[in-house]
Design a protein around this ligand. Structure first.
Ligand SMILES: CC(C)(COP(=O)(O)OP(=O)(O)OC[C@H]1O[C@@H](n2cnc3c(N)ncnc32)[C@H](O)[C@@H]1OP(=O)(O)O)[C@@H](O)C(=O)NCCC(=O)NCCS
Length: 146
């Protein structure tokens, strides 16, 4: 049975790299604040396989700078397991954790245009102009009130 787990950065990086940055070196999947005290990572694991991952960093949101905020990064599901509810499970884990364990009011992300619908289904609002992130493609900002 698939299980939600809070884990260290090392656990989420291989899937983060495989799904989000496959054409870049593995080091590109190491985020500067991965091991910061306020950063956390969740995964969904099934039979010792990591099938979905997400991370959150304490970082303010330019659109709502006065609100305490976390930034979602590294949201990825193993390609063969996409569309089966695991992304929803891991992102819900992040949202529940923020709600219970922090005072933060906002979770935001740079959402790939191809993933807008996923975020909207999770309750995010997509805002602002589209912008390009080199090597990763077109994005817009998305956020949810916690
Ligand atoms: C986006 C992603 C993380 C979603 O994870 P997932 O495990 O496939 O998502 P789920 O199966 O939990 O989907 C939850 C809902 O969103 C929908 N959904 C998921 N990804 C979608 C997409 N790319 N486009 C449209 N709808 C999507 C599902 O159909 C499902 O809808 P339902 O609740 O009505 O059945 C995953 O598809 C992925 O890794 N994509 C490639 C990397 C990526 O784009 N990451 C986000 C970077 S900002």
């Amino acid at each position: 049975m698939a299980k939600l787990k809070k884990v260290s950065a090392e656990i989420v990086r291989p899937l983060r790299h495989k799904v989000l940055r496959p054409s870049l070196p593995f080091e590109s999947s190491i985020m500067e604040l991965d091991d910061h005290d306020y950063t956390f990572h969740f995964c969904v694991e099934e039979e010792s396989r990591i099938i979905s991952v997400a991370s959150a960093y304490h970082e303010s949101f330019v659109e709502l700078p006065k609100k305490d905020a976390y930034r979602l990064r590294g949201m990825a599901t193993e390609p063969s397991e996409q569309g089966k509810g695991y992304g929803k499970m891991v992102l819900k884990g992040v949202i529940d954790y923020l709600t219970k364990e922090t005072q933060s009011e906002i979770l935001w992300c740079n959402a790939r245009t191809t993933a807008f619908e996923f975020y909207e289904k999770m309750g995010f609002t997509i805002v602002g102009d589209e912008f390009d992130i080199p090597n990763l493609g077109p994005h817009k900002k998305g956020f949810i009130n916690l």
